[in-house]
Design a binder for this molecule. Sequence first.
Ligand code: UDP
Length: 450
Amino acid sequence: MEDVSSSRSAPARRLHRVAVLSVHTSPLAQPGTGDAGGMNVYVLQTALQMAKRGVEVEIFTRATSSADQPVVEAAPGVLVRNVVAGPFEGLDKHDLPTQLCAFAAGVLREEARHQPGHYDLVHSHYWLSGQVGWLARDRWGVPLIHTAHTLAAVKNAALAEGDRPEPAAREIGERQVVEEADRLTANTAEEAKQLIETYGASADKIDVVAPGADLALYRPGDRLAARAALGIAADEAVVTFVGRIQPLKAPDVLLRAAAELIAAKPGLPLRVLVVGGPSGTGLERPDSLIELAAALGIADRVTFLPPQPPDRLVQVYRASDLVAVPSYSESFGLVAIEAQACGTPVIAADVGGLGTAVRNHETGLLVQGHRTADWSSALGWLLADPAELTRMGERANRHAANFSWDATADGLLASYRRANENFVRQRGPAATPTIDPVRRTRALWKRRRP
Ligand code: UDP
């Protein structure tokens, strides 16, 4: 086993095995519907990369079907542990905090079946997992690395019209995890800034680690063959949305812009492709976008596809002239990188990580705000110049090469190593819990109510 945690300044703890916590969504679920999206892809892909580097990964997630086996080998060195915590089906994401105790018990019991020191580190994803990770960290005497993926305060500051705000309890929970984690990884420098300025994180415990894409899969390919595979005409201008159908992702912004563009340019053979399934509140009904397309008079110009596995999604990106990511907030936006890796330019809202994922006017266009007029004129401008779209696609492919899961795993390992070194330096090799949760919770409440 490779010693990835060799230290220059403190006694090293060898990194054999990492416990990864992903409470609310399984890395084995099909992304693009329900609660499964970029985080699932991130957790699975980084685990596969860790295993390649000789670090075993055990991913704990909540069982959501009675058919789930307690443990599944996703790949050599990567186990998925399905922890029974609450009902298999029908538990709303907002009710998941009620099951954290049961989930934590499942995680702690699993560890107790092994020799002490079974896990060298805990990496939690999303605040719900962070709550469990902090307890596991204290019990096991190992460092906790946390990746937030999304933050309630950021999401609430840019809600889609009619979208349900994240509850204050989530923000409190996030603040606790930010304070408790030994290290935080942020997708972008902007997210790091949000963690510092909005959540009071100390800058010296944050590592910026960009997510990636499977660059071996997402590559440019024959556009016409991809269109034929999807049943899309060769001569259409295809603009595609890929992702969970929910207000935050704003697929309705694309439909409204397309309708306005079609009205302004009736000769433009525009087709909108919407790939993904329902999720969350508001637009979650599978047929709500179909109804919107009909109401806008463009039903015949919109094709809906259910969530696609990666080997079909690559055809979707290749078949598209443009991929649109109109989200109201986005911590990174894997779809934007995957599309660009396939040589397809991206038109995206200038929010969150999309400003990093897309190079404005080089690999696509960043649009300010969500006004229909702005989106339809940006779309019209891009589609009017196929030669420039081709150039953008080539630059997009080169830009996406900077984002590989390989590089993400290297960044995470560096973060793990720093966490280990600091942990050993601060607590000594036989670390014991030093936390007073009651005092910390009181302090957090006081901070919220000056
Ligand atoms: N995805 C997929 N099939 C689909 C739609 C989406 O596999 O039909 C994947 C997509 O490849 C991407 C992820 O879901 O890796 C979505 O990640 P993104 O960061 O764009 O959005 P998130 O879901 O995290 O908000």
